[in-house]
Design a protein around this ligand. Structure first.
Ligand code: OGA
Ligand code: CA
Ligand code: FE2
Length: 464
């Protein structure tokens, strides 16, 4: 700190008397050094302050974010359950990685990573031949129903209940927000329309005034929302034109159920490493049968979850009246119950894609969602082999041991069965992304187990 002072003094002296010939260089250098040092000091101080301010801002940001993450806007803090349940997630390591897993006594299974987006695994011989036979037999005894009725009803009623304006409906349908309704944005749940089908309908209803095969808001206003349905009814729809062409039934797996079904559920618990009560409170086993020509166009087993979305399984416990609902299927475990003669693969059209964009699923007349026509163009297909199980996560982790956002890459479908019949079963593990809602639901369903957990908040990773 002394040095600048000395320089200033020398500088002053130099200015008052004419400098000797040999001095200018020295004088200039002295003056320079003085200015430099002062400004250097200033610059350092400014940087130091900016640095401190940045650090404070960062700390505040982290603090604020943690706060908003921890307190759920929908649940008052005082009704909070201690967050002592952690959902393990199996590591995929890399595509093709095989890990040995112990699921039943005296047998080691191999679990192969098929993709990381979604996190997807395949386990051959998950069920024995006999077990597959028993499950199919039980499903036949119970009887299967059509998975999709020919024309979905109630859409008009729903619109009336929600009291939505044509603009609101239009905005809701217009996924890419380009002001036009593309074929896949219309009637996505129900009848599967190719661009040609849609053009034919628009012509029949005389709605596409500019004839570009798309509907803009003006054109949409002239169309009553059930006009499609009526038109299709009059014209007749074939089963192959539905989103899903299969039959299914549900089998209860709890106490008293056939031993094979109970064993299967235990095995799924071991496989997923999830708390057994969570698996036990999930949906029953769904058995699906596709005839020759059957298919299931690409879909997500469970939708995105926004703050106002209710989960079907926790809806009653959550006491909500939200019109938005999804099944909150954290994991899908799919079992192949027979060998299909030809076709019937499970397709994951965008598995491990670099990006996911809804609009690029349909390009140049190739609709990747169409499992009747374009299964061969998707990224990944799993061949159905009797006894094999595949399982994947439909949601990402929230980074804190719970369910996070929907994993859009989990898009999948059943390719058309070109020869023979296909039998599969689905075990869906339901978890509410809202921890508090899931905890309340489990307390309602299993109060005796939950009482222990609530009293003992320090128990780590409790199997509630
Ligand atoms: C399902 C499903 C795929 C298949 O039932 O939800 O996606 O291969 N099935 O049948
Ligand atoms: Ca659009
Ligand atoms: Fe599915």
């Amino acid at each position: 700190m002394m040095e600048p002072q000395d320089n200033i003094e020398e500088d002053d002296t130099a200015a008052s008397a004419p400098p000797p010939r040999s001095l200018p260089r020295q004088r200039v250098s002295l003056q320079k050094s003085s200015v430099c040092s002062r400004s250097y000091f200033m610059v350092v101080m400014v940087f130091f302050h900016v640095y401190i301010i940045n650090v404070i801002a960062l700390l505040l940001y982290v603090h604020y974010n943690n706060d908003t993450g921890a307190s759920n806007p929908q649940t008052p803090a005082d009704s909070g359950f201690p967050r002592n349940m952690h959902l393990p997630r199996i590591e995929g390591i890399r595509v093709g990685h095989v890990q040995k897993v112990s699921l039943v006594p005296g047998k080691v299974h191999e679990m192969k990573t098929l993709s990381l987006k979604p996190l997807l695994f395949e386990i051959p011989e998950f069920l024995s031949e006999e077990e597959c036979g028993v499950v199919v037999h039980l499903a036949k005894l119970k009887g299967l129903m059509e998975s999709q009725v020919m024309v979905p009803e109630g859409q008009e009623e729903l619109n009336q209940q929600l009291n939505l304006s044509p603009e609101e409906i239009f905005n809701f349908l217009d996924l890419n927000q380009d002001g036009q309704l593309q074929p896949h944005e219309v009637l996505r749940d129900g009848i599967w329309l190719t661009s040609e089908n849609l053009k034919e309908i628009y012509d029949g209803l005389k709605v596409d005034q500019d004839g570009n095969g798309l509907l803009n808001l003006e054109e949409f206003r002239h169309l009553k929302s059930d006009a499609f349905q009526r038109f299709l009814l009059q014209r007749g729809v074939e089963r192959s034109q539905l989103v899903r062409n299969s039959r299914h039934t549900w089998l209860y797996q709890g106490q008293g159920a056939h031993q094979v079904l109970q064993d299967l559920r235990k095995r799924v618990t071991h496989l997923t490493r999830l708390p057994s009560s969570l698996v036990e409170l999930s949906e029953p086993l769904q058995i699906v049968r596709y005839e020759q020509g059957g298919h299931y166009h690409a879909h997500h087993d469970s939708g995105p979850v926004y703050p106002e979305t209710a989960c079907t399984h926790t809806r009653l416990a959550a006491n909500t009246t939200s019109p938005f609902q999804t099944s909150c299927r954290y994991i899908t475990v799919l079992f192949y119950l027979n060998n299909v003669e030809e076709g019937g693969e499970t397709t994951f059209p965008v598995a491990d894609n670099r990006t996911y964009e809804e609009v690029s699923l349909i390009q140049n007349d190739v609709d990747l969602l169409d499992t009747r026509k374009h299964c061969d163009k998707g990224n990944l297909r799993v061949k159905p082999i009797k006894g094999t199980a595949v399982f994947w996560y439909n949601y990402l982790s929230d980074g804190r041991g719970w369910v996070g956002e929907q994993d859009e890459y989990s898009l999948h479908g059943g390719c058309v069965v070109t020869r023979g019949t296909k039998w599969v079963a689905n075990n869906w593990i339901n978890v509410d992304p809202d921890y508090q809602r899931q905890a309340r639901y489990q307390q309602d369903k299993q109060p005796e187990i939950y009482a222990i957990v609530k009293d003992n908040a320090t128990v780590p990773n409790v199997d509630i």
